[in-house]
Structure formats: structure tokens, C-alpha cells
Ligand binder design. Structure first.
Ligand SMILES: [Zn+2]
Length: 209
């Protein structure tokens, strides 16, 4: 301990850490169909193989597929708790939890940023997956703020269904107003920058010849 102080490590003066390992925030951001949930589940599984204690949360709004699991489009799944507000995550995280995974981060309130910071400060590895843009191409809060405070960022890309280039946008294909329309391939498709239009557009038709 004396050596620790002698080296002048005064980044957190007076704060007694909850654990000896450092915490941090990882963000997995991208469009729909880009494999965000799949990447989150992959990291959580690896943490479990390493015998780390893992807890996972998703917002109440995302009830597609399963109420107590996070599920990727490719049917990978991982059990999760469902919470209505970001602040409930803090209440539910156990003292000995090493890794906290959060899916569909864009559907949480802005408190998610403070919650992720608090957990990381405690020494927890926090992994948040979510959409970084809404269907009009605007940054989707609170993901932009999380991207700013995260130590590690992964941008995932889908494939544009129009031209085959890497896709960074979620194209809405049904005429519905509002930022949140929970759905999958019946309401959205992946598009690249050139093929994306910032409002609802006709779905791409496939010629099966
Ligand atoms: Zn394209």
C-alpha cells in the first residue's frame, strides 16, 4: 500500500474502491441487424466461462421474443432481468457481480449514463449494447452520451439490403410516426448511407430468380 501511494497514484483521492479490479464501460453500438445483441451475448458467455458473476438487464419496452431473456436476431439468448427505469439496475446489481450487461440501451432513460458510470466506478465491467441512431438517422439518447464516457467502443455493421455495402442505418419500412417502433424485419431493414432515407420508405423487394 505504501508503494501504491509513493507512486503518486492520486486519481481517486480518498475513495476506497469496492474491489481491487478496475471497472470500465464497453459500448456495442450500431444499426438494427448488425449483431449487437449477438456480440453482447458472446462477451457475457466468455465472462461466464472465466467464472465471473454476470447480471443482464433489458428495458421493459423490449418484449419481443422473450420476457426474461435477451435474444439476438440469430436466436442466441441469455437470461436477463427486466427493468422499467435505469435506476432500478443499481438496486438489483449484487455486491459480488463482476459483469453487468445491458441490452437495448437506447430504450432507457438518460439516467443510464450515471448508472453505468457508478457501476464502473465500483469496479464492475459494464457492457451496453444499443442502437446509436433512430430511424431518421439522429443520435438515439442515451447511447451518444454512453459512447462519450465509455472506455471501449465497438461499432457493428449490418449489410445494406439494397446494395450489399456495410450498413450503418436502420431504415423504417412502415409509415408510423414516433421514435420507438419495436419490431424487426417487418418494420425495418438495414441500409448504407447512400441507400438510407431519413423517413419511412418502401421495403426492398427481392427478385427470387
Ligand atoms: Zn446501400
Amino acid at each position: 500500500m505504501e508503494e501504491f501511494i509513493a507512486q503518486g497514484n492520486d486519481e481517486h483521492p480518498g475513495v476506497i474502491p469496492h474491489r481491487t479490479t478496475p471497472g470500465w464501460i464497453e459500448v456495442i453500438a450500431g444499426s438494427m441487424f448488425s449483431g449487437k445483441s449477438e456480440e453482447l451475448i458472446r462477451r457475457l458467455r466468455r465472462a461466464k466461462i472465466a467464472r465471473q458473476r454476470v447480471q443482464v438487464f433489458k428495458p421493459l419496452i423490449d418484449t419481443r421474443y422473450s420476457h426474461d431473456h435477451i435474444v439476438s436476431h440469430s436466436e442466441m439468448r441469455h437470461e436477463s432481468g427486466v427493468v422499467e427505469r435505469a435506476s432500478e439496475i443499481l438496486k438489483q446489481v449484487r455486491a459480488d457481480t463482476d459483469v453487468v450487461g445491458i441490452d437495448e440501451g437506447q430504450f432507457f432513460d438518460n439516467d443510464l449514463v450515471a448508472v453505468a458510470n457508478e457501476l464502473a466506478q465500483r469496479g464492475v465491467r459494464v457492457i451496453v449494447a444499443g442502437l446509436d441512431q433512430d430511424y431518421t438517422g439522429k443520435p438515439f439518447e442515451p447511447m451518444p452520451q454512453l459512447l462519450a464516457v465509455a472506455e471501449y467502443i465497438t461499432k457493428t455493421h449490418a449489410i445494406c439490403v439494397r446494395c450489399g455495402q456495410p450498413a450503418n442505418y436502420s431504415q423504417r419500412t412502415v409509415e408510423v410516426e414516433g421514435q420507438v417502433v419495436v419490431g424487426a424485419s417487418d418494420a425495418y431493414e438495414a441500409r448504407c448511407r447512400r441507400c438510407f432515407v431519413p423517413h419511412a420508405d418502401e421495403p426492398t423487394r427481392y427478385d427470387e430468380e
